[in-house]
Design a binder for this molecule. Sequence first.
Ligand code: FUL
Length: 633
Amino acid sequence: MKRIIFSLSCCLFVATAIAQSAPKPYGVLPTERQLRWQEMEMYVIMHFTPTTFQNKEWGFGDAEPAIFNPSNFNADKIFAAVKAGGFKGLTLVAKHHDGFALWPTKTTPYNISASPFRGGKGDLVKEMMDASKKAGLAFGLYCSPWDRNNPNYSKPEYVNNVYHPQLEELYTNYGKLYTVFFDGANGGDGYYGGAKEKRSINASDYYDFDKIWGMVRSKQPMAVAFSDIGPDIRWVGNERGEAGSTSWATFTPQSPVPGKKSSPGFVKEEVLPIGTRNGDFWIPAECDVPLRPGWFYHPEQDGKTKTPIQLLNLYYKSVGRGASLDLGIAPMPSGELHSDDIANMKAFGDILRATFANNLAHGASITASNTRAKSILYTVNHLTDNDRYSYWATDDQVNTASLEINLRLPSKFNVIRLRENIKLGQRIEAVAVDSWDGKGWNEIATATSIGGNRLIRLPKMVEAQKLRLRILQSPVSIALSDFALFAEPAAVLVENEKANLDAMVNAKKTWKLLPSQDSAAIDGNPATWTYVGDPKREHLLIDFQKTQTISIIDFLPRQDGLKTGMVDQYLYETSLDGVSFSIAAQGEFSNIANNPVQQSTVLKNPTQARFLRITSKHTIDGSAPTVAEIGIR
Ligand code: FUL
């Protein structure tokens, strides 16, 4: 009898599962090649041409090929350094704006065979492609449309007889590419075969990008094409390496010509970091940023290589916002990477490996407010199986939901990772995460766009065993594939705190106290202090001079050993215009008299503000309130 009941329920179960089909995809969707790109997350781009030997950022196009003569170029060593950094691919600038081709092209004599490199028999594109295969990393190519050497630049002959055939050679003769990169710099002055003049072109028509995209698709079907506005990945709009804190994978370029939607150069730069909610195309952002200040190597920039901590911050602002990180590497004239560059990439890779080795949510027991058709096809178990495409889903019309996550042990974490199954589009618009403190829920994080990857990096370690994810806004049912928790190594948090402090001291140089008075509270020096309110002034009012996003307010009490005017009850108010203020936080600084350490107040929600007003509601001895430093994060 038992067996009959069992098989009956089994049949019923199968029937329900079949009856409830998968959620309908929402909006535009990524292609296979875009999915592969999303999974890569980080790669590098390498600049190394005669421009390196001239110590310039943009070669004019007149460098003698003889100067391209690296004594120690070794592609395997470069790939080893890239791999140690955790990067998954390398894009080689095969031709930069100076027009010098790093492969023996038939299209122009201005190429590597005119240089002494490998006795005039060299092919740097091939050496790099071969090394990428040995290293097991992907390989991509950048071939600049702008060519400051070619005499025919700006005439149709350049595009038809030089540029398009160059792309054809590169896409045909070397093997599989993961990306093709088109930068937006176009036209201007140059050598142009000796004419030394300024030449202007209209990028959207001149290069015939529609023909180029056709060539890319037929010769390199898995390569994602990058330009300012796509067609596969878009420029993020800055070279700082930062996507918007909301960054949609969907995008509607404002290019004037439909069908030429993907021609570089037609977009408002402020739209690029954010993208377009419900945009017409799936074109996520790539964040390109050099490891050193310039894209090319310059000896005077030694010592300015981005530190592992700076790279990490960029990682969270690019990969952590669903974009990719494309880090610029630049060999020295010897052909080698500088030892600082190798060391900092490796240390960055080590931090990422240490952070993401252990998903603390693995093995958690999760309950959902709703599961699609109550089916195992869409169960919460998929959230911790480390698969980007297996997912938990809700029923149609159930567009908000919550998950309760019980970890096996109380755990300390400071990174929360969320991913949607983007094969079904980008759906979620707002989430919040709470932790349980034994008595109630405390909100610890909020986020907007999720998409293929969202890393929420908390300002401090949180310890909890029970968490809650609330999905607050979505136009359709939910299809979430990943909920993960990680802890950054303690040393990273300490270093990061130091780096943040340094950055804060710099940022504060532009702040103003209003009315302008003693600025000891914002001078970055904890030893000097100022009154929060003195007889002439009720509050301390700070003008940041521009709108900032504030997540945390730091209050450092006077550090000179005296307790006079120590604030133990505070009120923080923020304002965009300096006229109307709203309360950001208020409360007490507990135990401040005995332990006058920095008091960090995490705001309920990140708040946009140009002005911060600090009011002391009470001091421990009743005298006029004092403060050593105010900071924001
Ligand atoms: C820009 C170029 O102008 C820079 O030189 C560099 O190649 C960067 C990656 O793209 O558009």
